[in-house]
Design a protein around this ligand. Sequence first.
Ligand code: GCO
Ligand code: MG
Length: 401
Amino acid sequence: MADRITAARVVICSPGRNFVTLVIETADGLTGIGDATLNGRELAVAAYLQEHVVPCLIGRDPARIEDAWQYLYRGAYWRRGPVTMTAIAAVDVALWDIKAKAAGMPLYQLLGGASRERMLCYGHADGATIAEAVDALVRYAEEGYRAIRIQAGVPGLNRIYGVHAPDAHADPTLPAEGDWDTAKYLRFAPKLFEAARLRAGPDIHLLHDAHHRLLPNEAAQLGKALEPYDLFWLEDVTPVENQEALRHVRRHTTTPLAIGEVLNTIYDCQALITEQLIDYIRATVVHAGGITHLRRIADLAALYGVRTGCHGAADLSPVTMGAALHFGRAIPNFGIQEYSIHPPEAREVFQWDWRFADGYLHSGESPGIGVTFDEAAAARFPYARAYLDVNRLTDGTLWNW
Ligand code: GCO
Ligand code: MG
């Protein structure tokens, strides 16, 4: 007889930062987990799942993953968006975890088996100054990283993305405020990469995240100015809503572009991919509808020579990293995986079998996604409201963080 879902619950915890986890149990005694963390808006997804999705899961056959996905996507009527797609992703990953455990196989085997044994990843070298950032870069290279993102403080600016100087005006219960001046940044960025390339040598892959801050022509200027330093990618040069902007950027630079960490569906990625406006698609398991949907995005991307570069910041839980590595191991057009180390307390709550070695991430061989969740340990780390920063131009205008 077909198995059925007997229980599903949402657990919110904060081992160093907030994570939302969906736990699904079946009559056959299997447990699957899915990450439902949407940084800064965690409770919206938790409520979406607990109030609206969990009641529909009880009694369903956990093996019917595609049907569950369609049921939640079409059935909501209100399609797409980060909250809905993160909730669907949590269910989807938990069901893939269950299916792989039922088969006694690591998930990548169910996805077609290994296309590769290890996944190239990149770490984050950050510094308040160029010297500090370049020292961090050298440390990462010494630890074996072959690809390193580098971000540094811009002289004259206080608190920018990647560099966490204190916010002088801070009310700690509200979003911190950063400051931004594009002209200063555009003068500074080539100097950062000149220093980085000099210290790193030609072989290390260098990456950079402009974090949605530039206007189209500024993005074109930056891409062109960074060409001598041979970047692996330049990320989020412009906000992704205006995808036509990238046609202009593409006409002026061959610096590879990566976009998509805030995208949730294949429709959001469609023009970026089919018009070949990007080289790497950053959509990720947790925010783009789980394995089931990300596979569709990756398949579309493969047709156009676009590779994956899944978002992997520390606000995506170790559950997402487990799923992402099985996904990356199986698909033909894997590019790179972002790897940001989780807070040490996270290890008390989540146990995982994936590991970093020699510049690569290696997925494990245990059945399922290879991550377990200790609910008793999670209870020791209660949820604490937290926000992403906001950002203002130096004249006070609210800008993209
Ligand atoms: C990245 C991202 C992150 C995001 C964060 C939002 O490239 O890793 O831009 O740093 O800002 O994940 O929650
Ligand atoms: Mg980013």
